[in-house]
Design a protein around this ligand. Sequence first.
Ligand code: SAM
Length: 231
Amino acid sequence: MTTRLAPTDQTARDLFAPIASNYDRWSAVLSMGQDPRWRAEMVERLGAPSDARVLDVAAGTGLITRLLQRRVRQVVSLDLSADMLAMAHARGATAILATAEHLPLANGTFDAVTFGYLLRYMPEPIIAMRELFRVMRPGGVIGMVEFGRPSGIWRPLWWLYTRLLLPAAGVIAGRGWTRVGWFLGPSIDAFFDRYADDEALAALWRSAGFVDVRLARPSLGGGLLMWARRP
Ligand SMILES: C[S@@+](CC[C@H](N)C(=O)[O-])C[C@H]1O[C@@H](n2cnc3c(N)ncnc32)[C@H](O)[C@@H]1O
């Protein structure tokens, strides 16, 4: 059970509590059906062996966890939202309520780590990246799914989508989705203002200790996938 929550962690918890019960459906709708594909590609290219023990951080309702469960020996789901994690647990996940910045886990425990849509919630993503590194064994692999921010001619269309259509769809979805609809566009912008290109993102991962950092930007740059290895 988490006892310490930074203000930004509390914000994330408040954001997700009211949308946990219908997160799976509306997250797919709001990404125009893209994010299930991104998760599948991330897990597919992660390269975790079938006997691996995997930690899925910011697991939410367990969408990445479930993809992993079909492939590997053991998956542990971790999240700071009890409401989101309850959905994962109800579907059979082994769940830990904790923050990514303070993992209550021993060094070198996992053969692989995954995380989806996490770093944007953090003022200092490097703290979580170092924690993920710490709990992986040497030679372990890590994969991430995140929204991207398209460039070139797609940027203005993406801006219109995130600033007009998403908020409108959030209102239609109701409950906590209205807040999510307004939150997402500026949150993605702030992250990519800070980590503006592949090199800046790779440098963040390398400064936590990871090597062989790879990136993909599916769906015209609307998604961002990353993988790396602990040496
Ligand atoms: C958009 S959901 C993504 C859930 C899942 N990874 C997926 O692909 O659907 C983001 C999740 O990150 C969790 N989260 C945000 N900040 C966190 C932190 N500091 N530590 C652990 N979980 C966090 C939220 O509670 C939420 O469940």
